[in-house]
Design a protein around this ligand. Structure first.
Ligand SMILES: [Zn+2]
Length: 282
């Protein structure tokens, strides 16, 4: 759920580039005619994404006259996503915008594709609109499926429009049973609206983040077990304190990078758990 800078290309730029090398004059003429429609549709999409009202967009308003859904979908698949396609440089630039090459939807797996925030099968006019194309990992892309939101609460977090990374919202709790495990949940800050809270919870569920993060955290606990044991045993009276101090420093270092990463939440929770610091890590 990381933010990504908005793309510099407009929907009009992108559409014009993608249809520029179509050989069939008849098809090219029809697609050119659809350009104004595509630009208007993109403006309406952007305004709705901004106001979290994407669910109110009528799917019928996103199919221009004179071209089919399949022809528009093919503008994306053959003229943008395909290697060496005329619009591929736009595709590549959108992919590269994700920080550290990580998927902004889960914050964990590497980006390998572009996800249509509103599905291309339901909103064909947005098929090459850069603001509707979000860098994503293959798993998140698959988990989201071709469904449209029915309410604001069902809108997953949009990396170009939502800024939720300044508030701490990801909570981790240590389960006090060996081997130590960490459970993740959404703990909204007080200033969040109930809609935003529901959206983040919906996003969390849609992308299976609780189990993804729990498995990452379990592996991390295994990785630091040896070091924590050394630290604990080196000081017979203050071992638990030294373990806790070390974990807190690690949490702080990760917090500087991302307030809501599973790593920040995990290290903070481990540092806070007296059970863990008193030998629960073993
Ligand atoms: Zn992902």
């Amino acid at each position: 759920m990381w933010q990504v800078d908005r793309p510099k290309y407009t929907a009009g730029n992108s559409f014009r580039v993608c249809i520029s090398r179509i050989q069939d004059p008849e098809l090219k003429k029809r697609l050119r005619k659809a350009e104004t429609f595509v630009i208007t549709a993109a403006a309406s999409y952007a305004a709705s994404a901004e106001s979290v009202t994407l669910h109110s967009l009528e799917q019928g308003d996103f199919i221009p006259d004179g071209v089919t859904k399949e022809e528009l979908t093919s503008v994306y698949t053959s003229r943008m996503a395909k290697k060496k396609a005329v619009g591929r440089h736009i595709y590549d630039e959108l992919i590269l915008a994700a920080e550290d090459g990580r998927c902004p939807l889960c914050g964990q797996r590497p980006v390998s594709t572009l996800d249509h925030h509103l599905p291309k099968t339901l909103y064909p006019a947005l098929v090459v609109d850069p603001l509707n194309l979000v860098p994503a990992c293959a798993d998140c892309n698959k988990l989201k499926r071709d469904v449209a939101p029915h309410s604001s609460e069902e809108e997953t977090i949009h990396p170009y429009f939502d800024k939720i990374e300044c508030d701490p919202w990801l909570r981790a709790d240590v389960i006090d049973v060996a081997p130590a495990a960490v459970r993740f949940s959404v703990s909204p800050p007080e200033n969040w609206s109930s809609t935003l809270t529901k959206r983040v919870r919906h996003h969390f569920k849609t992308f299976g983040l609780a189990s993804l993060y729990a498995s990452q955290a379990a592996q991390e606990v295994g990785n630091i077990r040896y070091y924590l044991t050394q630290l604990y045993e080196a000081d017979t009276t203050q071992g638990a304190q030294r373990v806790s101090d070390h974990l807190r420093e690690q949490a702080e270092s990760r917090r500087q990078a991302h307030i809501n990463s599973w790593q920040t939440a995990t290290y903070s929770a481990l540092a806070d758990s007296s059970w863990f610091c008193q030998g629960g890590f073993a």
